[in-house]
Design a protein around this ligand. Sequence first.
Ligand code: ZN
Length: 283
Amino acid sequence: MLVNLNTVIHDAYAKKYAVGSFNAYNYETVKGIIEAGIETDKPVIVAFGAKYLENMSLETVSALVKSMAENIPLPVCLHLDHCSDMDTVFRAIKAGFGSVMYDGSGLPFEENAQNTKEICRAAHACGISVEAELGSLASGSQSHEGQDSDQEAYTSPMEAKLFVDMTKVDALAVSIGTVHGFYKGTPNIRIDILQDINELARIPLVLHGGSGTPEETIEKCIRNGIAKINVNTEISSYAVDQSAALLSEKRPHFSVLSLKQSGYVKDVVKKYISCFGGMAAGS
Ligand SMILES: [Zn+2]
């Protein structure tokens, strides 16, 4: 069934587990994510980045996810990931997404808050959830999302509280030391900052840059308010590496169907779902 973000993350926040948000770029990746959800019986968030619009339109991905998810019992949320263009966010709301992320993290605080508030008003009127971002993640290797810079800007707990009060946003992406892409060195995740944000903001928090984050760090994050964890880079790089290995075998009569992208995606998604905790979706 198709659900909005609040349907899955409020339970996760209350019971201290996280729902995985996995990036999908095409039919095969959507299929792999939903199949991983079905096999593990855990809700999934299919995240479509605003940057993938040159590959597939909002209307197409919405129709695709709807056709695959509306008649199964598994909760599936179609989410617009990292979108800094307000018109595109409004189009996603119209196209049937269950959740949108407006990324104004590159803007001054006031402007980010005003824009997020306007989007919340429109989205909430349609029963759609909104995620916003405060602070800025640094770029690791192979990063291809977000409004990254070389230097991270940690989220201020006081600003997070003010932002949530002003905007009525449903979920807040925080910057606490994870990176978009793979880590270049040992990650230094500031659980102390996360604890303060959680105590003040009191809404489900979102961890971007899940790829390669150590399992014990993920557990600590979940205990301190993280209810949604984004995984992107590892899905893409694993599928590419596996496809390259297959191609290098130079099999005769090689077909594009042999690439088995959805299977590779499913493997990565299942691995992350297993360390995010939570009860089965059907229980
Ligand atoms: Zn991100």
